[in-house]
Design a binder for this molecule. Structure first.
Ligand SMILES: [Zn+2]
Length: 342
């Protein structure tokens, strides 16, 4: 479908085809471990089924995000990057014709399966030449006092020990456990064994990929089918990085107590993630680069081209390369994440 620019813009200072910050309609995913918080957060009608994920920016498979508002409302992210790749991506490139990152929020009320994602080579080996691996990062937006997560194996765990522990229903004994707190960030390179457990609202950025190998599902039965969910033990064990050991949370250092602070959290081969702490206006984004701005605490306004865009918890704005930097005006203290393509 061709993208049609309507001329609904009333701002005479902006040419009618100038790009603006783009927000997409969340794509909700049902999951037995989810709840109702995401539908409330994104002002969506309630559902009888628990909602585990809200994909706020996606070009995965059939789930390419749709622009929620503005002149490009209704256009799909995939159409936009195919029709104007440089205006949106700048110097960054597609991966297999797709936007390379997937951004989502997760609400976890019950433990997810213990799982692992392949790296790019293993993804192609197991799922075909167009498959991508999945390196991901988590930012903890909310955590109940009882919340927990598993992230990485204890040092020295072997494939034989893994297999025995899965057979004995005791895999959790080999995993590193954390009591996460709001603001913790974890980088999970592909091959990290992990599970988010309970009482968590998490922002996640990952490679555009939906390949998950379940190693262990706590002996649960899916109420919809009356059967355990499928496990992928052989593929999963082949993808585990046994030499990696536990993942530690990345905590912002307390240096620099200015009113605006940018802390780098993650730099990996696929994305970077930085955290803004601010109570006064600052400029986010970078001229000529595609960036994503995500509200995780407090409220702010994004300003660009004489227009204002709301930036509360959950709001995710894609800044096309053509848009570049924007002014962010906090309404009190805010925490805002900025994500870039590599
Ligand atoms: Zn994962």
């Amino acid at each position: 479908m061709a993208v049609v620019f309507s001329d609904r813009s009333t701002d005479a200072s902006m040419p009618s085809d100038t790009l603006t910050p783009l927000r997409f309609t969340p794509i909700f995913r049902t999951a037995l471990w989810g709840g109702s918080k995401l539908r409330t957060l994104f002002h969506a009608p309630p559902s009888d089924d628990p909602t585990g994920e809200a994909w706020v920016l996606s070009d995965q498979g059939e789930n390419s995000s749709v622009v929620a508002e503005g002149r490009l409302a209704g256009a799909r992210l995939r159409e936009l990057i195919q029709q104007m790749p440089e205006r949106i991506l700048g110097r960054a490139s597609f991966v297999n014709g797709r936007f390379p990152l997937l951004l989502k929020f997760l609400h976890i009320r019950r433990p997810l399966s213990v799982q692992v994602h392949p790296n790019d080579a293993k993804a192609r080996e197991f799922e075909g030449p167009l498959a991508s691996g999945k390196t991901e990062a988590w930012y903890i937006v909310e955590a109940d006092p009882t919340a927990s997560l598993y992230c990485g194996l204890h040092a020295g765990v072997t494939p034989v020990q893994m297999r025995r522990a899965i057979e004995a229903n005791r895999l959790e004994e080999l995993l590193d456990t954390h009591r996460p707190e709001c603001g913790d960030c974890f980088l999970l390179p592909a091959g990290t064994v992990h599970a988010l457990c309970d009482g968590l609202l998490v922002f996640e950025v990952q490679q555009t990929s939906d390949i998950t190998y379940r190693l262990y599902d706590w002996g649960r039965v899916d109420p919809k089918t009356g059967k355990p969910r499928e496990l992928h033990i052989e593929k999963g064990l082949a993808c585990v990085n046994y030499s990696q050991g536990p993942c530690r949370p990345i905590c912002p250092t307390d240096e620099g107590h200015g009113r605006v602070r940018l802390t780098p959290l993650v730099e990996c081969a696929y994305f970077t993630l930085g955290r803004w702490d601010a109570a006064s206006p600052f400029r986010a984004g970078e001229a000529g680069q595609c960036r994503m701005i995500v509200g995780v605490e407090g409220r702010a306004t994004l300003r660009h081209g004489g227009k204002e865009y709301g930036l509360g918890v959950g709001d995710t704005w894609l800044l096309p390369a053509e848009v570049g930097a924007c002014e962010v005006v906090p309404q009190g203290p805010v925490v805002i994440l900025e994500c870039s393509l590599v």
